[in-house]
Design a protein around this ligand. Structure first.
Ligand SMILES: Cc1cc2nc3c(=O)[nH]c(=O)nc-3n(C[C@H](O)[C@H](O)[C@H](O)COP(=O)(O)OP(=O)(O)OC[C@H]3O[C@@H](n4cnc5c(N)ncnc54)[C@H](O)[C@@H]3O)c2cc1C
Length: 635
């Protein structure tokens, strides 16, 4: 569905108001993105809200301006949009954020635009690296047969495929993303988001309260992730063993699995040369005497220099040990077949037994049917439950308990050049507040800030203020907050079978987040920040040094509100929506990764975590998948 002509007219005016120095076709390019949103109802809602924005009566009632948006003066338009940004009506804030994010990210990811704010990327063309994998070409309606079909090729799918192929199984991997290797890593932000992230980077919870980032490319999240490779913490393993009655998490077999995957990925603590961002973080932590440590990373020969930091768009150096350069290549060497651009629609289940999957491949949407003795879902924590729901599986816990590690950051304006997009992607962390209550709390880490992220995070009050804040990028540092959430959300599917993600921060988790914001601001002060701010809808900042400045700022933050579409929250880690457990009433898979009540159907990805892992989850996913492969191989 494309926008109606009336909505498009308003969108053009909105885009020109949000970014007054944008190209003449900015609104039209945003319209193309809206047309590509995965859910029809989201597209229809935006169309309707845009038309409301042009309603004279509504504008009079809501903002006191008795004009359609398209007939307002530039100053009136800005005032009107500010009203939407801070409205007490959730729908208006949601519409504002949708339009602000789409417009500003589209503008600042237009090649060349970000040069004006000192951003140099991308750094030349990608290398001419040959492709090591030759995916199966699908040129028409196709029927395939194998022992095991694996859906998804990320942290879980890659490991399962390689280990099963090593065990002599005939394996087929179906991946909905394309095959992009070093030679395709252009590091052009907009292109990378569109081609390597799920829904082109536009996935979000239903109320847009959380931006959902996950990989959708051969290798899944492991290709675009930040290489941090924590083993599952002993306290979390203990919680899973005890509370979820899954003793194997504390047994030797899980140690062995963790060890094997870490070994294959070459996880090591020797590539933690601090970036400009990390140096600020360390300075703050050391001044306060708070914990900090080196991050273990899955890299071999990582340069850790100015060529780094673009890892979220793929590692050109081939240093990141994603499944693309490890497990998937192992799988192929042992005979596994890989199909890319192939989206699985449903699992075929006959009389309680999984018999294969049905998928669509390529732009032409050729039907692909795979008949298999076993089906392993590793499509990640949003799509694995959606697939099961589409396939008619009905279990009380299916899609529930979704954990997201909600992340945000406190930003600081520094005297020094930080150039937050560059250097080692993540090198240091702090667990000072990781255990505030029963193992729940938050971690501090940093993350690269490229123009798209800065545009997402920067509050908008006027196009002049926004432009000025974007220009601060080179001297911006951040303390990233990663919250271990205790109470989760839910994945459902709409009538067309698309996933809908419902998630609201619980009061318990909000308390921890409030503590995190306060502590992160204290840290930025200790690191010497001149001005400190939070990614709220509107600018709320403070200059440290004045008595009670932070306490006063926190009161203003509370007054501005940090509910959905007031504070930017992002999830990089989706977990636990098909959780493992000891009973079919409270979980989706048993201790052996088998979906309760359906034979030959397994799930082996982050969705099987019993709860949030509290640490960056990749290594835990892989260890669980490694163990799952052992179970399936003896099937
Ligand atoms: C920007 C970013 C940075 C991150 N940094 C880190 C980090 O530093 N350390 C860490 O531990 N974790 C990190 N993570 C998280 C980590 O990458 C994930 O937790 C992990 O990859 C999850 O593994 P998975 O197997 O569950 O899913 P994924 O790795 O996401 O793989 C799922 C795959 O299934 C495919 N798929 C989905 N639906 C279908 C379908 N219907 N048919 C066919 N294929 C389908 C997807 O395209 C995808 O490739 C990061 C994530 C992001 C987005």
């Amino acid at each position: 569905m494309t926008l109606s002509p009336a909505a498009l007219r308003v969108l053009r005016a909105v885009a020109a108001t949000l970014v007054s120095d944008g190209a003449a076709d900015l609104g039209d390019r945003v319209a193309v993105k809206i047309a590509a949103l995965p859910r029809r109802s989201d597209r229809e809602e935006l169309d309707l809200l845009l038309r409301w924005l042009d309603s004279q009566v509504l504008n009079l009632l809501l903002t006191g301006i008795p004009l359609p948006f398209t007939r307002m003066s530039p100053a009136q338009r800005e005032r009107c949009l500010r009203g939407w940004a801070t409205s007490w009506i959730g729908q208006r804030r949601k519409a504002f954020q949708a339009l602000k994010r789409l417009t500003t990210v589209t503008h600042y990811t237009t090649p060349g635009v970000a040069r004006a704010i000192g951003y140099p990327g991308p750094l030349g063309p990608p290398p001419n690296t040959a492709k090591a994998i030759r995916p199966l070409a699908i040129t028409g309606r196709t029927l395939l047969e194998c022992d095991v079909v694996v859906v998804g090729s990320g942290a879980g799918g890659g490991v399962v495929a390689a280990e099963l192929a090593a065990a002599g199984k005939d394996v087929i991997v179906l991946e909905k993303g394309g095959y992009r290797n070093e030679a395709d890593f252009t590091h052009v932000e907009g292109e990378a988001l569109e081609t390597m992230y799920d829904a082109g980077g536009l996935l979000a919870t239903r109320d847009l309260g959380l931006v959902v980032l996950q990989g959708a490319t051969l290798g899944g999240g492991t290709v675009i992730n930040y290489t941090t490779s924590f083993a599952t913490p002993p306290s979390v393993r203990n919680e899973w063993a005890r509370k979820h009655q899954l003793p194997h998490f504390e047994q030797k077999e899980f140690n062995v699995a963790l060890h094997k995957v870490a070994n294959r990925l070459g996880v090591n603590p020797d590539h933690a040369n601090p970036s400009g961002r990390d140096r600020v973080l360390i300075r703050g932590l050391e001044t306060l005497g708070w914990h900090h440590g080196l991050l273990p990373r899955d890299v071999r020969g990582c340069p850790q220099d100015d060529s780094c930091g673009y890892c979220g768009f793929g590692c050109r150096a081939g240093a990141k040990q994603s499944t693309l350069v490890t497990y998937l290549q192992d799988a192929v060497t042992r005979g596994a077949r890989i199909v890319v651009d192939c989206e699985v629609q449903r699992v075929t289940i006959e009389r309680g037994i999984a018999t294969g999957v049905e998928a669509r491949a390529g732009k032409s949407g050729f039907a692909v049917t795979v008949r298999a003795k076993a089906v392993v879902l590793a499509a990640g924590s949003i799509h694995s439950p959606a697939l099961l729901l589409r396939s008619g599986v009905s279990l009380a816990a299916l899609g529930k308990h979704l954990a997201l590690h909600p992340a945000t950051a406190v930003f600081g304006q520094m005297d020094e050049e930080v150039r937050p997009w560059t250097g080692t992607v993540q090198a240091h962390y702090s667990d000072q507040f990781a255990d505030l209550h029963e193992g729940y709390g938050f971690k501090f880490e940093t993350a690269p800030v490229h123009p798209s992220f800065q545009a997402l995070a920067t509050p908008w009050k006027s196009s002049a203020q926004f432009r000025e804040w974007m220009g601060r990028l080179p001297r911006t540092a951040l303390t990233g907050i990663l919250l271990r959430d205790r109470f989760g959300g839910r994945v459902r599917v709409d009538r067309a079978g698309n996933p809908i993600v419902d998630y609201r921060l619980s009061r318990y988790d909000r308390r921890h987040l409030r503590r995190a914001i306060s502590a992160a601001a204290e840290l930025m002060e200790a690191a010497g920040a001149r001005e400190i701010w939070l990614p709220l809808a509107q600018p709320v900042s403070y200059v440290p040094g004045v008595k009670n400045a932070r306490e006063d700022w926190l009161r203003r933050v509370d007054a501005a509100g940090w509910g959905p579409n007031q504070l930017l929250l992002v999830t990089f880690h989706q977990m636990a929506s098909c959780r493992m457990g000891a009973s079919k009433r409270t979980s989706v898979v048993d201790a052996e990764h088998r979906v309760w009540g359906i034979r030959n159907l397994y799930v082996a990805d982050a969705s099987t975590f019993p709860s949030a892992s509290g640490v960056n989850p990749m290594l835990t996913v892989m260890a669980m998948a490694h163990r799952a492969a052992g179970v399936i191989a003896t099937h």
